[in-house]
Design a protein around this ligand. Structure first.
Ligand code: FES
Length: 330
């Protein structure tokens, strides 16, 4: 059996078990969020032993060289002695809550003012820390400009220790810690004249909201079609703002979709992914951004791959694996 040693204790891994799962099974609490290799909140370091290359995916090169790895996707083939990362490599920065606005009954818009500047692209993710062990990833919804505030949208998760704390206890004037921005689901200036299809569900809108604002700020000249899907019309948010954005930019189209009940005036009935493909059709030369529920992201991603006239590029952000709104208790 493979053994891992952490803080002077040794634990035995089951076959195919990840380091994170082994620690959790033994009641050891270490930071984690997505549990799918996407948020880097479970970053650890192998003091001795080799870690599999897959467990270093997405980690900065200098950290890879120092044997850092992601515990949630690390299934070692040899014994390891492991440790939490040095605080210096985490590059956390303090941010003050300067705005808190309820967008729906369970989605909160949080505006954070960073005390230290950091480079980011709207649509990327950032880890938000509450104390040392609780960390969750949220998409940076904006603003497009590099300034000292960022916006995130926090969906309340049943029994979610972070989201309930943010909704109920975190106040304007309080401070939180943020990690380094990460993720590839962001606008690229090389696509200024390319047509863009953006499809998101629920709070996955945050990623796309960031992308569309960044694209407009950079004077994108191709078409931008944004489809936002929810089950119930009460779950839609920023409708007025996005309608105004579309009205003020001739190349931007916005389609709010409701799949579970009567859509209502100005809304489209049906699932956002289905409506989008029906309306846009030929995607040759387009770039597609997907963000939201993992079923939508994986189903539409597969469909796009097999289309006769599929897109040039697909970027995605899924809530479950490596992304921004799934909370799991430690
Ligand atoms: S919990 Fe391991 S990368 Fe997110």
């Amino acid at each position: 059996m493979i053994r891992i040693t952490y803080q002077y204790r040794t634990y035995f891994l089951y076959s195919s078990e990840s380091v994170l799962d082994c620690l959790k099974r033994n009641g050891v609490s270490v930071p984690n969020a997505c549990r799918g290799g996407g948020c880097q909140s479970c970053l650890m370091r192998a003091v001795t032993g080799d870690v599999p290359p897959r467990s270093q995916g997405g980690i900065r090169n200098e950290l890879q060289d120092q044997n850092y790895f992601l515990a949630c996707v690390c299934v070692p083939e040899n014994d390891l002695e492991i440790a939490l990362p040095d605080q210096s490599v985490l590059k956390r920065t303090v941010a003050e809550v300067v705005g808190k606005e309820k967008l729906t009954s369970n989605v909160m818009r949080l505006t954070l003012q960073r005390w230290m500047p950091f480079q980011y692209k709207p649509g990327q993710n950032v880890n938000l820390y509450r104390g040392f062990k609780l960390v969750r990833s949220y998409a940076i919804a904006g603003p497009a400009e590099q300034n000292d505030t960022i916006e995130i949208h926090v969906r309340r998760i049943k029994d979610g220790s972070m989201s309930n704390w943010i909704h109920d206890e975190l106040n304007v004037g309080d401070t939180v810690e943020l990690g380094e921005p990460f993720g590839e689901c962001h606008y690229e200036e090389t696509e200024l004249d390319r047509n863009l299809l953006l499809v998101g569900t629920g709070a996955g809108l945050a990623t796309l909201y960031g992308v569309v604002h960044d694209a407009i700020a950079r004077k994108h000249s191709g078409l931008i079609h944004l489809f936002h899907g929810v089950r119930s019309k009460e779950d839609l948010y920023l409708v007025e703002e996005l309608n105004e954005l579309a009205a003020g930019n001739g190349n931007v189209n916005y389609t709010p979709c409701v799949s579970g009940n009567a859509a209502g005036e100005g809304l489209t009935a049906g699932r956002a992914s289905v409506v989008a493909l029906e309306q846009v059709g030929d995607l040759s030369g387009w770039s597609v951004y997907l963000s939201g529920h993992p079923d939508m992201v994986s189903e539409m991603g597969l469909l796009l791959k097999t289309m006769d006239h599929g897109p040039e590029k697909v970027r995605f952000e899924s809530f479950f694996r490596g992304s921004n709104q799934i909370e799991t208790a430690l």
